[in-house]
Design a protein around this ligand. Structure first.
Ligand SMILES: *Cc1c(COP(=O)(O)O)cnc(C)c1O
Length: 380
């Protein structure tokens, strides 16, 4: 076991950035050609790589973050002050903050146990209830949590029935598939994140996926301060400074070369944990239902009780191993406590009992063994 000079065991991170070595080439090119701007050949190249990967009429706009991408999606759907947006409560707060930025009201929807994502029955119930209260929701934000796709068939049948657009938050699910089609291609808009902890990273960054080139052009316009054409700095509306830098897009191009490999490794880590730990009856894994293919961004497990979950978390921490409770639902967040929610107890339960295990693609077998051993020892 690796220890540093003072005898402390080396840190094992939850999901550390994993460079391929191809990134520097693109970054050096940017320096050599002086493309040090939020546009340039790497931005175009990275967008092309993503469009090729996603297919299905995907027009990708590279942005400064996934949060910015959700903000732009809401703007492009004309969501504004007083509107309501239905959002999966079981998510990271970045999914919801942009709803507040545009002055709209988030309405939280609980999860189903099969995918941990938005429960279709509750979604329909919420839509009907909001309509009966005089307000049809303006958009729906559905999440592919930890890389597991939401129930696309069922959710989209409902949103189609009521004619409500979907923003697909695929920040955690680049490389996942539902019925063989890539996540990031299902929403009216989809978003990706390349934050440092995601399956591939640009250190910080995101992308908006639109279904046609006009919407992409409109996204670029809004992301570059909404400057009208011509050289006179004329602005007829308020925009944002949300484009991705050409340097960071260079990292993205290098990362795209190894995306398939990164997915395979994370999936293998998941299998490894499952094989090593599934004999422990206090641990439960989230299995892939038929037609679902998860990138297994993070391996999240459930323990029988909150006390056991906390015990395992602390046992790992004592060995300098990072693990995290599963995302705290948005309806439990102090900042969102006054918003409406449609609940069934699933997300509360997942939060109490869920733990994300180290899952990064740079983890070694020795490190995975260390994690497994701590958990096994905990259960004696
Ligand atoms: C990471 C993440 C985001 C936001 O992405 P950033 O690039 O960090 O702004 C949005 N939604 C979910 C579910 C995420 O995990």
């Amino acid at each position: 076991m690796t220890k540093n000079a003072s005898g402390v065991k080396s840190k094992i991170w939850l999901s550390a950035p994993h460079m391929s070595g191809f990134e520097e080439h693109f970054i050096n090119q940017a320096f050599k050609t002086n493309w040090i701007a939020p546009l340039g050949p790497n931005v175009d190249g990275f967008e092309n790589d993503l469009e090729t990967y996603l297919e299905h009429q995907s027009h990708v706009t590279a942005l400064s973050s996934g949060t910015a991408a959700i903000h732009l999606a809401l703007k492009l759907l004309n969501v504004s002050v007083g509107d309501e947006v239905l959002c999966q409560t079981k998510t990271f707060i970045a999914s919801v903050n942009p709803v507040i930025y545009v002055g709209a009201t988030p309405v939280f929807i609980d999860s189903e146990t099969q995918t941990w994502n938005m429960c279709p029955e509750l979604l329909e119930k919420a839509i009907l209830d909001r309509i009966s209260k005089g307000k049809k929701p303006k958009a729906i934000i559905a999440i592919n949590l930890y890389g597991m796709p939401y129930n696309v068939t069922h959710i989209h049948a409902i949103t189609k029935k009521y004619q409500i657009p979907v923003i697909e938050d695929s920040a955690e699910a680049l490389g996942s598939r539902y019925k063989a089609q890539p996540c990031g291609t299902f929403g009216d808009f989809s978003i990706l994140s390349f934050n440092g902890n995601k399956i591939i990273t640009t250190s910080g960054g995101g992308a908006l996926v639109s279904r046609n080139s006009e919407l992409k052009n409109r996204a670029i316009f809004l992301a570059t301060q909404a400057k009208d054409s011509g050289i006179n700095y004329n602005h007829s509306e308020v925009g944002f400074n949300y484009r991705m830098s050409n340097i960071l897009a260079g990292i993205g191009r290098g990362q795209m070369q190894v995306l398939e490999n990164r997915i395979q490794i994370r999936r293998a880590h998941h299998e490894y944990y499952k094989n090593a730990l599934s004999h422990i009856t206090e641990i439960e894994f989230l299995n892939e239902p038929e037609n679902y293919h998860s990138n297994r961004w993070l391996t999240a497990v459930l323990f029988k009780t909150k006390a056991i979950r906390d015990g395992v978390l602390n046992a790992l921490l004592n060995e300098n191993i990072e693990s995290r409770p599963s995302w705290k639902p948005m309806h439990q967040q102090p900042v969102f406590e006054n918003y409406p929610s449609y609940l069934n107890g699933v997300s509360d339960n997942l939060f109490e009992r869920g733990l994300c295990l180290p899952s990064g693609s740079s983890l070694t077998h020795v490190e995975l063994d260390r994690v497994n051993q701590v958990i096994k020892n905990y259960f004696g």
